[in-house]
Design a protein around this ligand. Structure first.
Ligand code: R5P
Length: 271
């Protein structure tokens, strides 16, 4: 691996632990002002110290993240669709590799919609981005999107998607956790991170999801709503981090969550 590519990969996957905590904040690219990220700067700023990378679009990056924060960025570079439009799958590449380099990104991210009528187009978008990434030393995060069909998230389908992304040269694959997740990780030669999906009922559910994914071969998370839609986002990201990087068990992470939450409550009461 060339130095630039290796250096960028190390900014995403911590070489000391071999793991990654990515904070996903890109939802607005097709959902608009999603609940609890209506004002991105307010959501992002307190979480920055606890994320190895933030994943977002260039518009939110330029307007809502200070360059002095030294955040590592995985830039969402696919889009062109909206939740109210005719086809969520009809994505194109929205951002040039030149602009991504100008933003000093650690990587770029793009969705593929396998099994949809836009399968070929989104896979060729991914392949083209990998070609550009190889040329400039920029890792590509391939995201196995399911659009509105959440029921598609089983091991058979996700193994197919992850393997195809890896075969096309994707450097890191982002997918969903599912039953028999080990089948997905063992058949994908590229490292896998998991999305969190819609907000889960309890914090323990989030910790168990994270723990199980790591145990079954994921290198980390690229999680959004289960962090910033929680009432205590700093407490939950710190607990998730402890599972990913330090190997804490769900109950230990939950204790850390409660400790940090109570510190925040005390600070708020004294403010
Ligand atoms: C969705 O299309 C985006 O790629 C999100 O980054 C992804 O779904 C992860 O966020 P969440 O954990 O909220 O599912």
């Amino acid at each position: 691996m060339d130095w630039g590519m290796a250096n960028r990969m190390a900014r995403i996957i911590n070489p000391k632990t071999g793991k990654a905590v990515m904070l996903a904040l890109d939802h607005g690219y097709f959902l608009g002002p999603t609940h609890r990220i209506e004002e991105p700067r307010k959501t992002i700023t307190p979480l920055l110290p606890y994320a190895d990378t933030i994943m977002l679009t260039r518009g939110v990056l330029r307007n809502c993240v200070d360059p002095e924060s030294c955040a590592n960025v995985v830039l969402r570079v696919s889009g062109g669709v909206s939740i109210v439009g005719p086809a969520l799958e009809d994505e194109g590449i929205t951002t040039s590799i030149k602009d991504a380099l100008r933003l000093n990104v650690a990587g770029v991210g793009i969705s593929v919609f396998i099994g949809s009528s836009h399968e070929r187009q989104t896979l060729l978008n991914l392949a083209e981005l990998v070609n550009q990434g190889q040329e400039y030393g920029v890792p590509v995060l391939g995201i196995t999107a399911v659009g509105k069909e959440l029921e598609k998230r089983d091991a058979r389908y996700l193994s197919l998607c992850c393997r195809i992304c890896a075969e096309l040269g994707t450097h890191i694959v982002k997918t969903y956790y599912c039953e028999d997740f080990e089948k997905v990780t063992t058949s994908c030669p590229a490292p896998i991170v998991i999305a969190g999906g819609p907000k889960l009922e309890t914090e323990m559910d989030v910790f168990e999801l994270t723990y199980n994914a790591i145990q079954q071969g994921a290198v980390g998370v690229d999680m959004g709503r289960n962090i910033w839609q929680n009432d205590y986002p700093v407490a939950i990201i710190r607990a998730i981090r402890s599972i990913v990087h330090e190997g804490l068990k769900p109950k230990q992470a939950h204790k850390l969550f409660l400790d940090v939450k109570s510190e925040h409550e005390k600070a708020a009461a004294n403010a």
